[in-house]
Design a protein around this ligand. Structure first.
Ligand code: TXA
Ligand code: MG
Length: 346
């Protein structure tokens, strides 16, 4: 299959109208959102949705998010809209927040992997919203990467994984948030299953107490049931070993410097994903400053891009652990998973 690429800015009308038709006809379209690029299909067509799983090599038990362009469209997808959902939608939609609730009958089992709940979000990106409107149906979309790899934050990342496997890529430039949406289930006590740009602190201001699933920062124990199927699977792994050093900035940097030297002595090539605060610690080493520890959103925005930049180029990628407050929780969730929970604290 030949993959057609449209520039979402210069070929705006043509590109989105054409891509909307492709979706309606059962095809696959990669499109930009404010978080990461999505790989979309008609969310009401089970056969089209199956193609997403084939193109990504995604495990069939991992459900998808339905993307809508109008808040009221959620009514058709859920059994009903609970009060706390209404308040969250008013506060954060469009935006990087996915809400999970009991599904309605029109949602195919292929979307939910057989679960009785469905995840829905309204993205905050012109091209994403224009595409959903052009398609005229909710769009089922996971991140547009081969399963297990870092999520794509540019159209080039999408093409590297998906060229020849999908019909269309809409190129809207780099994604702003850089990590996938916050996933919050409203079945039972509101619980964050995956942290993202909308933080626990922000959610709590609107609906009161919100839990964070322990699996967000810790590996599941052998045989432990996953609150969200996505937690079971390998994630965000570049082609390099990822090692996280935790502690104060100084401590994390000194652990990295020591380990870097040991790896180099063994003939392994390394890079450090550093921060503004620790830049001076890595003088003379191969380092890549990806953001500011005091503004964890800057680190989120660059993490996947940095993992892809160094993937296959070095043997070891070192990164610093940061505080889990605010967007730090999303950063640590992705970083720990990318490392397979390889953490050094001394
Ligand atoms: O920002 C995003 O959310 C991006 C863009 C494209 O919108 N999408 C995305 O989709 O990250 P995906 O498929 O890569 O991640 C969806 C996550 C998975 O971990 C999945 O297991 C979980 O949401 N999920 C989806 N439906 C669920 C459900 N009914 N119950 C529990 N977890 C669910
Ligand atoms: Mg994904």
């Amino acid at each position: 299959m030949e993959t057609e690429i449209f520039n979402a800015k210069t070929q705006k009308e043509n590109g989105t109208q054409y891509a909307g038709r492709v979706i309606r006809q059962g095809g696959l379209v990669a499109f930009p959102t404010e978080t990461v690029y999505g790989l979309g299909a008609n969310g009401l067509d089970g056969e089209a949705v199956k193609r997403i799983f084939e193109a990504k090599g995604r495990p069939a038990d991992n459900p998808l998010i339905l993307h809508i362009a109008k808040k009221s469209d959620v009514k058709e997808l859920w059994s009903h809209v609970p009060d706390n959902a209404k308040r969250l939608m008013d506060a954060f939609w469009p935006g990087p927040l996915t809400l999970i609730f009991v599904k309605s009958d029109i949602v195919p089992d292929e979307v939910t992997a057989g679960l009785s709940t469905v995840a829905v979000r309204m993205p905050e990106h012109r091209t994403a919203l224009a595409l959903i409107r052009a398609a005229g149906v909710p769009i089922a979309a996971p991140s547009a990467n081969i399963s297990g790899r870092p999520s794509p934050t540019t159209a080039e990342h999408v093409a590297a994984d998906m060229d020849g496997r999908i019909d269309v890529i809409l190129d809207g430039g780099p994604c702003e948030v850089g990590v996938e949406s916050t996933v919050l289930t409203l079945v039972g006590k509101p619980t964050i299953l995956r942290p993202g740009g909308i933080t626990r602190e922000m959610l709590e201001q609107v609906i009161g107490e919100v839990e964070v699933s322990p699996a967000v920062l810790h590996p599941l124990a052998e045989g432990e049931p996953a609150p969200s199927p996505g937690m079971k699977h390998k994630h965000y792994a570049p082609d390099a070993e990822v090692i996280v050093a935790v502690g104060s900035p100084r401590r994390a940097a000194s652990i990295i410097c020591r380990e870097y030297e040991i790896e180099e002595a063994m003939g392994r090539t390394c890079v450090v994903l550093g921060t503004e605060q620790t830049r001076a610690c890595y003088r003379g080493m191969n380092y890549d400053i990806i953001g500011d520890r005091d503004e964890p959103a800057t680190l989120c925005a660059e993490l996947f891009s940095a993992l892809r930049r160094w993937s296959g180029k070095v043997d070891v990628i070192f990164a610093e652990g940061i505080s889990e407050a605010d967007q730090g929780l999303a950063y640590m969730n992705r970083l720990l998973r990318a490392s397979g929970f390889t953490v050094l604290d001394k």
